[in-house]
Design a protein around this ligand. Structure first.
Ligand code: ADP
Ligand code: MG
Length: 648
């Protein structure tokens, strides 16, 4: 004797039995065997346990006791993935309520089982067309279930049952909701399928319908009371190869992805308003991440730029009128020498500074002339563009040489001719131009270095400013920028000692800038936190809407499981949806962040956009989708197929 395709022994199913619900024995020891190719009707009154039995036959549910052998294999040993495989490869369900996915077209509904079986798209399309054509649904391929009559919907669900072969058709009251004509059509179809070798298990409460089957099994109160017995079929379709059970369907993530994206997109479109609101949270989150990072970067670059102009480790000292009264202080060359001895100090440079009249040929201008040390280019990180700076020797020897600021050069040499070697007059004294400084721009102190002329300190003192006898001002370069505060204290103590009173002042703009940079940094951090929080709130919105979606689509999840989806397929589908929401939100967020940032730039807020910040924001939004979509997706994947199918 051949092994039966389906063999049940002592199958029991008990509901409840835990604290609140009393135990109900719905199936009470069913023994039953069905051969491949049989057309069996299971008949019984409502509540007799037919649907419960069908759920067990179709591996949607597990029995409480007893054994179920499918093609000789004990199904109890199968894990969830193997059961999903069996539903996909062996069974095709036809339900009283059709159970089509409302958001998908007729064709898409039919193709669902094939997607989970990993059938390539082209082949899927062909097969669904052939099936729908065979079932007389040409011209209805793109209709949604609610655009089809009951009879048409039931034929779509039969096509779906056949999509992966449908060796065993489990039909639970397939004609129950149909008018008599449509019901007859469906019965005729089942007969055709039986003739073609499909095993049909037809469940009905109607004896007349049951009588059309070759074999009739009657159950009452969860027990088989009559069985008309086997009728050996001749041309049965073979059982699936059980050695393949649980093998991966070959439905690779990437091939499923397109399909999942398509259906996720459709769901989002159907709930446009809700989706838009959820998107808003993500958009605001991502846009603020982008803008905040740009603000932070802008502030950082501004400070770095200012430090570059001023020098991160340069401070100035000037004479001052003491608060206690008395004459203005005088800083002597000896004072500068003593400051230069301090171990925090790298260079010190007295500066003479006064406006003077400059002449060159026909051109004349009033501008600031500085007598400085030969180390100026190094102290101020300000290189010479043409020619050279003067040397320490020239400074000692009172050489009549001058280096022009970029702006001065442009003003004096309007024809752009070579200034090197030419002679200009500064307050009537002749000077040879030996260099032109590079362009520097204005610094934070409102100085315009490009409009200055630089002379050796000694030359300035002797030839240009004979009345400016005393040095009252100078620049100090500290060895490193973290020493600026320490150096300031040391200089102040030293000068206090030397002068016995506070007749000087140290201008420590480097320390000021550093402090400012710190405040800006902490502000950026705070803004960043706000951005992160808004992204978090957006993520919670996504989670909320996804949990809602899972609730609303519980039945769809059941349908997908009945047609062979594994838990991970369901999980992936809902994750795809949440990630799609956050990716769309992320894209709009990037766009609105850029737009808002541009607006801020027009308001002259220093903003610097960076590609890495945008990628980061994008990655964050995608991560948000994954993190906040995980729980809803997990909830969906964990649903019991029978419970899910029974949902509204
Ligand atoms: P039929 O399909 O023959 O009408 P069912 O198999 O649907 O019957 O149900 C058989 C019995 O099991 C009914 O009395 C029903 O109330 C009970 N039942 C079905 N599902 C559950 C459940 N999840 N929890 C408790 N009782 C259930
Ligand atoms: Mg029922």
């Amino acid at each position: 004797m051949v092994t039966a395709l389906i063999e049940l022994q002592g199958i029991r199913r008990t509901y409840g039995g835990n604290n609140d619900a009393p135990a109900v024995d719905v199936l009470r020891g069913i023994d039953l065997s069905i051969q491949a190719g049989e057309f069996v009707a299971i008949v019984g009154t409502s509540g007799s346990g037919k649907s419960t039995l069908m759920n067990i036959l179709g591996c949607l549910d597990r029995p409480s006791a007893g054994t179920y052998r499918f093609a000789g294999e004990d199904v109890a040993a199968f894990d969830d993935d193997q059961l999903a495989w069996l539903r996909r490869e062996a069974f095709g369900f036809v339900f009283q309520g059709y159970h089509l996915i409302a958001t998908e077209s007729a064709r898409e509904n039919v193709e669902v089982p094939a997607i989970y079986a990993g059938m390539p798209a082209e082949q899927r399309r062909q097969r669904s067309s052939v099936l729908l054509h065979r079932l007389g649904l040409d011209g209805r391929l793109d209709h949604r279930p609610n655009q089809l009559s009951g009879g048409q919907q039931q034929r779509v669900s039969i096509a779906r049952a056949l999509m992966n072969g449908g060796r065993i058709i489990l039909a639970d009251e397939p004609t129950g909701a149909l008018d008599s004509r449509s019901g007859k059509d469906v019965m005729a179809l089942l007969h055709e399928l039986a003739d073609a070798g499909h095993t049909i298990v037809l469940i009905t409460h109607d004896r007349d319908v049951a009588a059309q089957a070759q074999r009739v099994i009657e159950i009452r109160d969860g027990e088989v009371i009559t069985d008309s017995g086997h009728i050996a079929p001749s041309n049965a379709l073979p059982a699936p190869d059980m050695r393949q059970a649980g093998r991966d369907s070959g439905a690779s993530f990437s091939s499923e992805l397109g399909e999942m994206l398509r259906s996720a997109w459709r769901v989002l479109l159907i709930h446009r308003f809700r989706t838009a609101l959820t998107l808003l949270g993500i958009i605001i989150g991502v846009a603020s991440v982008i803008v905040m990072l740009a603000v932070g970067e802008g502030a950082r670059q501004k400070v770095v730029g200012e430090l570059g102009v001023m020098g991160a480790n340069v401070m100035y000292i000037g004479s001052a009128v003491p608060r206690t009264g008395g004459p203005i202080g005088v800083l002597t060359l000896d004072d500068f020498a003593a400051i230069g001895e301090l171990h925090e100090v790298a260079e010190v440079m007295p500066i003479l500074r006064d406006p003077a009249l400059i002449r060159h040929g026909q051109e004349a201008l009033h501008t600031e002339v500085l007598g400085v040390g030969d180390k100026l280019p190094q102290i101020h990180h300000w290189p010479v563009a043409r020619g050279r700076f003067f040397s320490a020797a020239e400074n000692r020897e009172v050489a009549p040489v001058a280096v022009l600021g970029h702006g001065v050069y442009e003003a004096l040499f309007t024809d752009g001719s070579d200034p090197l070697g030419t002679v200009i007059l500064i307050n009537s004294a002749p000077f040879e131009v030996i260099g032109v400084m590079s362009e520097k721009g204005s610094d934070a102190g409102g100085n315009y270095p490009d409009e200055q002329i630089l002379l050796p300190h000694s030359t300035g003192m002797v030839r240009v400013f004979p009345k400016l006898r005393d040095e009252s001002y100078g620049a100090i370069q500290v060895k490193s920028s973290d020493l600026v505060i320490q150096a300031q204290t040391a200089i102040e103590e030293l000068m206090q000692d030397r002068h016995g009173r506070t007749d000087f002042r140290v201008y420590n703009s480097a320390a000021k800038l550093q402090a400012e940079a710190k405040t800006r940094q902490s502000m950026t951090l705070m803004l960043g936190l706000i951005a992160a929080v808004s992204l978090l709130v957006g993520g919670i919105g996504v989670m909320n809407v996804m949990l809602m979606t899972v609730r609303e689509r519980t039945r769809e999840i059941g349908i997908r499981m009945a047609t062979g989806a594994r838990q991970r397929d369901i999980m992936r589908q809902f994750l795809t949806e949440s990630v799609l929401i956050t990716l769309v939100g992320g894209s709009f967020g990037v766009i609105s962040g850029l737009a808002f940032g541009t607006l801020l730039i027009l308001w002259s807020v220093p903003l610097v956009f960076s590609l890495s910040a945008m990628l980061l924001a994008f990655a964050c939004s995608m991560g948000t989708g994954l993190v906040f979509g995980y729980l809803p997706a997990k909830t969906a994947a964990r649903l019991d197929p029978v419970v899910a199918l029974a949902a509204q």
